[in-house]
Design a protein. Structure first.
Length: 44
């Protein structure tokens, strides 16, 4: 397993972005709109 000091958070987010963008696009959701908030926050 990787140690916490070996993890690059920016690279991890980029992997998530590339994995999720096409799925989110099909629902009309921008990746940036889900960063930093929960789904519940978007609908309240």
């Amino acid at each position: 397993m990787a140690r916490i000091d070996e993890i690059d958070p920016n690279k991890y987010i980029e992997y998530l972005r590339t994995s999720l963008e096409q799925v989110l696009d099909a629902f009309g959701i921008e990746f940036e709109s889900i960063m930093g908030s929960s789904i519940i926050d978007n609908y309240s």
